[in-house]
Structure formats: structure tokens, C-alpha cells
Design a protein around this ligand. Structure first.
Ligand code: SF4
Length: 205
């Protein structure tokens, strides 16, 4: 890995995808979060000195040749859904240009926006895949690992997962391979929810 860039990184490339880092805010404080021990990934500095505006993000996107990427992915050093309205606008902008969009999320949408049907809004914007950090086989382990800002976060995350599938978006669950995580049980939960399942490396959301 080369030297870390010093500039705020909003967009970065890896694995044939283009990743979006639109916020550093989050509704959890995971023990394994890469924010705890690094300033970024793949040599990109993901700490934002300030959040980029919607127009700044669109401007940077329009400077890229987007068709060469497999997907554009909301991820990075924070929870993208804290900026739900901007996520929706950016997804619409990308979808109208024929780009496949994925969202990586901790899944607290129903707690962040109790009055809204976030899954349907995402589906309407054109979101193709929602990858939720399941992270644990039960609420206790989840709370211990993720220290969510909300009570009942685990149950509400699972409810949101159901909403995502019902809205016609492809669902994926991810976990980090840690000793307290029962990978087999998590895989079973994914099966129950008809979700893809992926064990991910340490990283952001
Ligand atoms: S791993 Fe993701 S959900 Fe957890 S604290 Fe970091 S950014 Fe937030």
C-alpha cells in the first residue's frame, strides 16, 4: 500500500467498484471499526474535515467514467443513511445513467427515520443491493460488538432487512470473523431472510 493521501476522499476505487464516503457520522461504535486504528483504506484518507455537499458529490461523480465500474457503493467511514435524502438523490442520479448502486449499512434506518418507509424509498430511487452489517447471531453479542446508539437496534435492523427484501431490493448480510461471532448461526439467519451472506474483512460499515 502506498502513502496515505491527505485530502478528504469522497470517492475511491477498489475491486472494480467505485466507493462513496459521504459521512463520518455513525449510529454505532463497533469494536472492529477501522476508524479506530486507521485513517483510511487502500491508501485513501477517509476522514472528512467536513461532509461534502450533495452538489460536490455529484460533481465528483460526473468527473468519473462511471460505466467502467461494476457498482457504485455507499460505504466508507460512517453510516451513509444518516444522509438519507442525499443517498436517495445520488442513487437516482446514478440509476438514470444506468449505474448499479449498492448501499452498505448498519441497518438502523427504522430508528433513524421512524416516520418513513426507508426501504421503499430506496427501492424507488433505484437502489439494487442493500448490504446490512448483521454482525452477530443475537442482540447481546450485537450490543457488545457494535454499541449501537439505540436500544432494540438488533431487532430493528432485522425488521429493516425484511422491509428491504419486500421492497424488491437484493439483500445481503455481512459479519466480521471474530471469536464471539457464531458464523454458522449468522449464516442460518441469512438463509431465513433469503439474504446473500458474506464474511467481510475489518473495515467500515
Ligand atoms: S464499522 Fe461501520 S457501523 Fe460500525 S462504527 Fe464503523 S462505520 Fe459505524
Amino acid at each position: 500500500m502506498g502513502k496515505m493521501t491527505t485530502k478528504d476522499t469522497i470517492l475511491y476505487e477498489a475491486h472494480g467498484n467505485l466507493y462513496l464516503n459521504i459521512t463520518n457520522r455513525c449510529t454505532a461504535e463497533c469494536v472492529f471499526c477501522i476508524k479506530r486504528y486507521s485513517d483510511g483504506v487502500y491508501g485513501y484518507n477517509l476522514r472528512l474535515s467536513k461532509e461534502p455537499s450533495l452538489s460536490e458529490i455529484i460533481k465528483q461523480l460526473s468527473e468519473h467514467e462511471l460505466s467502467k465500474y461494476k457498482e457504485v457503493v455507499f460505504t466508507g467511514f460512517g453510516e451513509p443513511l444518516v444522509r438519507l435524502d442525499d443517498v436517495l438523490e445520488i442513487t437516482k442520479w446514478l440509476t438514470t445513467r444506468g449505474i448499479r448502486v449498492r448501499l452498505d449499512t448498519i441497518g438502523h434506518a427504522k430508528l433513524l427515520y421512524p416516520e418513513r418507509d426507508v426501504a421503499s424509498e430506496l427501492a424507488d430511487s433505484g437502489m439494487k443491493v442493500v448490504s446490512i452489517s448483521l454482525n452477530a447471531q443475537d442482540a447481546n453479542t450485537y450490543n457488545q460488538l457494535c454499541d449501537p446508539k439505540y436500544i432494540k437496534a438488533y431487532d430493528k435492523m432485522l425488521e429493516f432487512a425484511r422491509d428491504v427484501s419486500k421492497a424488491g431490493i437484493d439483500l445481503r448480510f455481512t459479519v466480521v470473523n471474530l471469536p464471539v461471532v457464531d458464523i454458522e448461526k449468522c449464516k442460518k439467519i441469512a438463509k431465513e431472510y433469503c439474504a446473500d451472506f458474506k464474511v467481510r474483512g475489518y473495515g467500515g460499515t
